[in-house]
Design a protein around this ligand. Sequence first.
Ligand code: HEM
Length: 130
Amino acid sequence: MSEAETSVFGAVGGAEAVRALVDRFYDLMDLEPAYAGIRALHPNTLDGSRDKLYWFLSGWLGGPDLYQQRFGHPRLRARHLPYEIGIAERDQWMACMQQAMAECHVDAALQERLAAAFFNTADWMRNRGG
Ligand code: HEM
């Protein structure tokens, strides 16, 4: 079977499509007032964040494990502990990613599946109450 049939990474459209999704996600975070809360948690320049999320998502979606190759186990929750993440931050992250998926024309059924998976990960990142 081809990669498109066997992995979500392939179904999304492979490396180029995943990179485009990450770039749109961070463009929107920069542009949209609705995401200003989470934008403020990030560094001034988002270049490093773009690379890291792309490398991570590549492996997370079943493609090449680019993040792990560079940094070892992601320890994602531990790496988010320096940032205060509550329900508002989780929901902004989700809204930003859902807007990016829609604008990148990810297949509608796949968007739903990915949104559920992203939600679990984003919710797990919460490290304070509200
Ligand atoms: C729940 C809301 C979230 C907030 C507010 C948030 C915020 C942040 C911030 C501020 C950084 C540091 C950026 C940098 O060092 O350039 C970061 C890093 C990162 N985030 Fe998130 N994040 C969230 C959820 C997620 C989710 C759901 C994923 C994956 C699906 C994710 C994946 C990553 C990765 C891979 C890194 C790089 C880690 C490293 O190597 O330092 N984040 N995040």
